[in-house]
Design a protein around this ligand. Structure first.
Ligand SMILES: Cc1cc2nc3c(=O)[nH]c(=O)nc-3n(C[C@H](O)[C@H](O)[C@H](O)COP(=O)(O)O)c2cc1C
Length: 163
């Protein structure tokens, strides 16, 4: 089976997930590409599409990739700054799903926190009502991710998707 891992990453968290997915995929028939640098979408039977959650969505580059995919098998993965609980994961998934064409199959969505940047903190201050203490807690909690447990769960996700 041919696999393609396509991702966007500003500060490296999603890139780390993408690289771990790539190495855990069996065989040699696989490619990994930064969506911002790739010139054309590689052919594959299963696409892992990854992004940092920004402004509660996936960003224009990934929307373009998703719109280009017809009849494809897709697995989504992302890193985020806010705690990646089931409710938040479902919320983000519901926002991304409409960008996936109806004739594609979405095989799952993996989400974990990623180390927070100064820009994320500024975004939180501007866009949310968290108190300064809560902001500190979120940023501190995020700073430990992706951790070994996240990567183990990511491998489990890959296994469940490839069957
Ligand atoms: C401008 C900006 C907006 C962000 N918006 C969100 C958001 O809506 N929800 C969230 O959970 N995290 C948000 N984040 C945090 C990023 O998703 C998180 O830091 C992510 O791990 C970055 O991934 P990367 O290192 O691959 O770029 C935002 C970060 C920035 C800089």
């Amino acid at each position: 089976m041919k696999y393609a891992v396509i991702y966007v990453s500003d500060t490296g968290n999603t890139k780390e997930l993408a690289e771990n997915i790539f190495v855990s995929l069996p065989g040699n028939d696989k490619v990994i590409a930064d969506a911002r640098k790739m010139t054309e979408l590689p052919e594959a039977e299963l696409y892992f599409i990854g992004f940092p959650v920004k402004n509660r969505t996936c960003g224009i580059e990934i929307m373009n990739v998703l719109e280009e995919l017809d009849g494809a098998n897709i697995a989504l993965f992302a890193s985020c700054g806010l705690p990646a609980n089931d409710k938040y994961k479902q919320y983000i998934e519901n926002i991304i799903r409409p960008w996936i064409n109806d004739d594609c199959r979405c095989l799952g969505f993996y989400l974990c926190q990623g180390k927070a940047s100064e820009k994320f903190r500024e975004w939180l201050e501007a866009e949310t009502n968290y108190s300064s203490d809560e902001l500190d807690r979120i940023v501190e909690m995020a700073s430990e991710h992706p951790n070994d447990d996240d990567i183990d769960k990511l491998y489990g996700f890959v296994d469940s998707v490839i069957g």
